[in-house]
Design a protein around this ligand. Structure first.
Ligand SMILES: Cc1ncc(C[n+]2csc(CCOP(=O)(O)OP(=O)(O)O)c2C)c(N)n1
Ligand code: SF4
Ligand SMILES: [Mg+2]
Length: 269
């Protein structure tokens, strides 16, 4: 496979981004079969995955990428994607991705995991993959709950956040402190890019897509592990009305897990 260098990828990304954002004809996602899925109305995960797919399409990586999914609500959505997909056991996606990337170093190998999957069930997997500098992109969809199994707390649940087993809100004294996964990974040598986005409004969706483009750009340039955490709405697991979930995300998760680029080995544009 021909690898594109940083500059070529940046040209592709900047040439397409401004116009595409305004063309109604381009609203149909290229790499998502928009047929039925059974995620809840108002769920942020399909929006986040669309941002990932749009970034892949933009960089021309659709035919040379492999997704490795963890276990969570997003897992079923992998059936809607027009890219190659592998399924990992709970928490193990970075290790599966490591194997694929080492056998096929020319591919754009990436993981999609929830916060429970990556940070509770398998935190060591991503930490060690980062320390080894595996040339993969890891995406964590962070809704602060184990959504698929009923909305109980994870290690990213914020102080005061109501979950199925913290009905009066998480307290540090009883349930421990939340962990900031992007900040944790940003300290590790071997990491080429770390950012945290969100999908609770249009501006954040656009920003998140740019982060994913940068993450894959770093991966294509061989800069080591790239990580993008994406804050997503889970109205069902949060027990909030669907239309209140975007604001709830801003007032809970985003207060602890701040949006922005935390580390980048890419040369400034
Ligand atoms: C080894 C193992 N433990 C537990 C489960 C049950 N399980 C399936 S999905 C899930 C929650 C995943 O939560 P998260 O990763 O945050 O994804 P979300 O559903 O919130 O998108 C759990 C605990 C499992 N499938 N395998
Ligand atoms: S439970 Fe939450 S994460 Fe799962 S599909 Fe519903 S809204 Fe999305
Ligand atoms: Mg979750």
């Amino acid at each position: 496979m021909n690898r594109r260098n940083n500059d070529e990828l940046r040209v592709i990304a900047t040439e397409h981004a401004p116009d595409d954002a305004n063309q109604v004809a381009d609203f149909t996602p290229g790499l998502i079969d928009v047929g039925e899925h059974h995620l809840c109305p108002g769920c942020g995960e399909p929006i986040a995955i669309r941002a990932v797919m749009d970034a892949i399409a933009l960089l021309g990586l659709a035919d040379t990428c492999i997704a490795v999914f963890g276990i969570g609500c997003s897992t079923a959505f992998s059936n809607n994607l027009d890219v190659e997909v592998l399924q990992a056991l709970h928490g193990r996606a970075p290790s599966v991705a490591t194997g694929v990337a080492r056998v096929h170093p020319g591919l754009a190998v990436f993981t999609i995991q929830g916060d429970g999957d990556m940070a509770n069930e398998g935190l060591q997997e991503v930490l060690h993959a980062a320390a080894r500098g595996e040339n993969i992109v890891c995406i964590m969809l962070n809704n602060g709950v184990f959504g698929e199994t009923g909305g109980h707390l994870t290690v990213t649940t914020t102080i005061g956040q109501r979950t199925k087993n913290t009905l009066d809100g998480r307290t540090a004294a009883e349930h421990g402190h939340p962990m900031r996964i992007a900040e944790l990974l940003a300290q590790i040598d071997g990491v080429g890019y770390v950012a945290r986005g969100a999908v609770n409004d249009a501006g954040n969706v656009a920003r998140t897509k740019r982060m994913v483009v940068e993450a894959f750009t770093a991966q294509q340039a061989g800069l080591g592990l790239s990580f993008v955490e994406i804050l997503t709405m889970c109205p069902t697991g949060w027990f909030v009305p669907t239309d209140e979930a975007p604001d709830y995300l801003a007032s809970t998760l985003a207060g602890t897990h701040g949006v922005g680029v935390l580390r980048s080995a890419l040369e400034p544009a």
